[in-house]
Design a protein around this ligand. Structure first.
Ligand code: HEC
Ligand code: HEC
Length: 257
C-alpha cells in the first residue's frame, strides 16, 4: 500500500462497520460466520467466501437466491466497510513505539511484544475490542485501547492490514515431530484456512510471546474463546516446542514504517 501522506485526512471518513453487522444478523440463522471474512476484500477473504457460501447454497437450496443476493450486497459494500488507513496510520504512531521496534520487550513478565504485520484483520479486531472492553488483561494495551472509538479501531485495522497478509502454512507433515502441535495445525495451519472465527496467525510470531499467550489461556487469564480447551493439556515443555516450531516459520512481521 502506498505510504500515507502527512495531509490531514478529515473529510475522507467513510461509513464503516455497520454493513458488516447487518450482514451477520441476516446470516446468523445458518450459524455461519461470513461477515468478518467479507470485510477486508483481500484475496484470502475471497477464498473464504467460496468455502463458506457454497455449503449453504448446496445444503439449503431454498436459500440459494437469498444467499447469493446477500453475498452480492456484501461484496458491493466492501469498499465502504473499510476504515481509513491514513487516519489509522496517524492514530497508530504511538503503537510503533512497541510494535514497530524489532525485539521490543514487555517488562513483567518479560516477553517480546507480538508482531502485528500480516496478522489477520478479524483477530486484530477481536484483540483490540477485548482490551478495550477489559476482558483481555494487559495494563498498557488496555490503556492504549480504552479510549478508541469504533471508527478509530476500523481506521487502525485498515492501517495494520496495509502491512500485508501472512498465513499459517504448517501442514500435518511439517509438524510431525511436535506431537502436541498436531491438533493446532487444524486451525493454525494450512488445514485451518477456513476455520471460523479466523484464528490468529502464529507463524513468525515471537516464541516467548506465544508461550506467554498459551500460559494465559491455560490459567484462564485470557478466556472466553476456544483456546482454553487446547492449552489445558499442554505442559511447559510442549509450549516451548510448539512456540519454537511456529516462530521458525515465515509469517507475521514487526511493523515497519
Ligand atoms: C508500550 C508498548 C505497547 C504499545 C505502545 C502498544 N502495544 Fe499493543 N501490545 C503490547 C504488548 C506487550 C502486547 C501483548 C499483551 C498481552 O499479553 O495481551 C500487545 C498486544 C497487542 C495486540 C494483540 C496481538 C496478539 O497477537 O494478540 C494488538 C492487536 C495490539 N497490541 C495493537 C496495538 C495498537 C493498535 C497499538 C496503538 C494504538 C498498540 N498495540 C500499542 C505492547 C504495546
Ligand atoms: C478450533 C480452532 C483452534 C485450535 C485447534 C487451536 N487454536 Fe489457537 N486460537 C484459535 C482462536 C480462534 C484463537 C483466538 C482466541 C482469542 O481471541 O484470544 C487462538 C489463539 C491462539 C494463540 C494466541 C495468538 C496471539 O497472537 O495472541 C495461540 C498462541 C494459540 N492459539 C496457539 C494454539 C496452539 C499451540 C494450539 C494447539 C495446542 C491451538 N492454538 C489450537 C483457534 C484454535
Amino acid at each position: 500500500m502506498a505510504r500515507a501522506s502527512s495531509e490531514p485526512s478529515a473529510g475522507r471518513r467513510r461509513p464503516q462497520k455497520r454493513l458488516r453487522a447487518g450482514f451477520r444478523m441476516e446470516i446468523a440463522g445458518d450459524s455461519y460466520y461470513h461477515s468478518a471474512l467479507l470485510e477486508t476484500g483481500t484475496r484470502r477473504h475471497h477464498c473464504r467466501v467460496r468455502n463458506h457460501v457454497r455449503p449453504i447454497m448446496n445444503t439449503h437450496t431454498n436459500f440459494r437466491r437469498g444467499a447469493a443476493a446477500l453475498l452480492l450486497v456484501m461484496i458491493s459494500g466492501m469498499a465502504l466497510a473499510q476504515g481509513d488507513a491514513e487516519t489509522g496510520r496517524e492514530l497508530g504512531y504511538t503503537c510503533l513505539g512497541c510494535h514497530g521496534i524489532e525485539g521490543q520487550r514487555n517488562a513483567y513478565p518479560s516477553f517480546r511484544v507480538p508482531r502485528l504485520g500480516g496478522q489477520n484483520r478479524e483477530y486484530l479486531e477481536v484483540a483490540l475490542n477485548a482490551y478495550r472492553a477489559g476482558t483481555r488483561p494487559h495494563p498498557t494495551m488496555q490503556a492504549q485501547a480504552g479510549s478508541l472509538t469504533d471508527d478509530n479501531i476500523a481506521d487502525l485495522l485498515a492501517w495494520l492490514t496495509s502491512f500485508g497478509e501472512a498465513e499459517d502454512t504448517a501442514t500435518a507433515e511439517q509438524v510431525a515431530g511436535v506431537e502436541a502441535a498436531q491438533i493446532c495445525v487444524t486451525c493454525h495451519g494450512a488445514d485451518g484456512a477456513a476455520v471460523q472465527p479466523a484464528p490468529p496467525v502464529l507463524a513468525g510470531q515471537h516464541a516467548d510471546y506465544l508461550v506467554h499467550a498459551l500460559r494465559q489461556y491455560k490459567d484462564g487469564t485470557r478466556s472466553g474463546n476456544v483456546m482454553a480447551a487446547f492449552a489445558a493439556n499442554l505442559s511447559a515443555a510442549d509450549m516451548e516446542l510448539i512456540a519454537s516450531f511456529y516462530a521458525a516459520q515465515e509469517g507475521v512481521t514487526t511493523l515497519n514504517e
